[in-house]
Design a protein around this ligand. Structure first.
Ligand SMILES: NC(=O)c1ccc[n+]([C@@H]2O[C@H](COP(=O)([O-])OP(=O)(O)OC[C@H]3O[C@@H](n4cnc5c(N)ncnc54)[C@H](OP(=O)(O)O)[C@@H]3O)[C@@H](O)[C@H]2O)c1
Length: 328
């Protein structure tokens, strides 16, 4: 292990660094020249990764407050990639509040967004920003902000996400939490649980396709960024679920790109649609997470519970590599 005493303070701590997505993120952070250290619970995996990247590492469980204290000292931000986040986010958020460090994670678990929302007052008192959902929502939420600006007084939003790629074990475990949270929509400004998940057809460029209603998180995060009172989200897999590694390591497979359609209705009945398409698999999460974290490291942040769009606006999406936005 590196001698932390002789290492100058770094700005970013990446917890859960040795998982599949963690690996993508630390290499992207290194490529971007971020000043970071890594952490997690598995000493062997972290030591190997730290040696490869020539960074310091910290081994501790999420419940170890001394571990957080040592590893967060001298840091500006934490990026938590250890999922399922039902097991890690509460402790990591509280540590960030206690040690006054901005918090980011890449969860897709809607209950974790609500958890972050519930810590708004504490985060503000600590002078830190809490962003849960710095993965997909770094694209999704600014796209909603962008689309909402195209109408006067937006009153309703529907989104359809067609994901192209597989799932890691961490994502499979998180999916169980997403399903357990129930079929949530936002209606008249309030979260509402539906008894069943109706399917609806959307055209993302290859004709109408059926999508299932599923709360991906805009019901919390895009309500935060836009205040749109009625929000419904739909999901579809472009490929059969499998191990993400298989999809990631075979670019010759030439998989379809992931696509996200956002449809906003204005008070006068005008309907506008914007669509983002991005590379398949987990790489967009890595580039997005590093982009948004680098903003906080550079001193750009808003205190309290934030979504990517509420903190950085529609412009954020234009800084993401290989993400194309079309308005129609
Ligand atoms: N929304 C998005 O854009 C997006 C995209 C990709 C991934 N994700 C989410 O990110 C999470 C991680 O995904 P992944 O692909 O990296 O999965 P993974 O390859 O299965 O890795 C999971 C990582 O989390 C760590 N971990 C799990 N539970 C932990 C706990 N209780 N305490 C400490 N560390 C723990 C694991 O540590 P060990 O090695 O010690 O087990 C491992 O480093 C998942 O929840 C996934 O859904 C979200």
């Amino acid at each position: 292990m590196k001698d932390l005493e002789s290492t100058p303070p770094s700005k970013l701590l990446i917890y859960g660094a040795s998982g599949f997505t963690g690996n993508l993120i630390v290499h992207e952070a290194a490529r971007r020249g971020l000043d970071f250290e890594i952490a997690g619970r598995n000493e062997d995996k972290l030591a190997a990764l730290a040696a490869e990247l020539n960074v310091a590492y910290h081994v501790f469980s999420v419940g170890d407050i001394d571990g957080w204290k040592k590893s967060l000292t001298g840091k500006t931000a934490l990026l938590n990639i250890a999922g399922p986040f039902s097991e890690t986010a509460d402790q990591a958020m509280d540590a960030c509040i206690k040690f006054k460090v901005h918090y980011f994670d890449i969860t897709a678990e809607v209950d974790i967004y609500r958890l972050a929302e519930s810590k708004d007052v504490a985060a503000k008192a600590a002078g830190i920003m809490l962003i849960s959902g710095a993965g997909l929502f770094t694209t999704y939420d600014p796209l909603v902000v962008h689309t909402a600006k195209r109408v006067k007084n937006p009153i309703a939003m529907r989104a359809a996400f067609k994901y192209s790629g597989g799932f890691t074990p961490g994502s499979v475990a998180s999916s169980a939490n997403i399903i357990a949270a129930g079929i949530l929509v936002r209606k008249n400004g309030e979260l509402k649980k539906l008894d069943e998940s109706p399917s609806t057809a959307f055209d993302l460029g290859s004709g109408p396709e059926d999508f299932s209603l599923m709360p991906l998180g805009a019901v919390v995060l895009s309500f935060k960024s836009t205040g749109i009172p009625d929000i419904e989200e739909y999901f579809k897999m472009a490929l059969p679920a499998g191990r993400a590694e298989e999809g990631q390591s075979k670019p010759e497979r030439n998989a379809e790109r992931s696509k996200l359609l956002v449809e906003v209705t204005g008070e006068d009945g005008t309907i506008v649609r914007s669509m983002a398409d991005m590379p398949d698999g987990y790489m967009p999460t890595a580039t997005s997470a590093v982009e948004i974290v680098s903003r906080a490291l550079n001193g750009s942040y808003k205190i309290g519970f934030q979504s990517p769009g509420s903190a950085y606006g529609a412009e954020l999406i234009t800084s993401l590599p290989d993400v194309r936005v079309t308005d129609f």
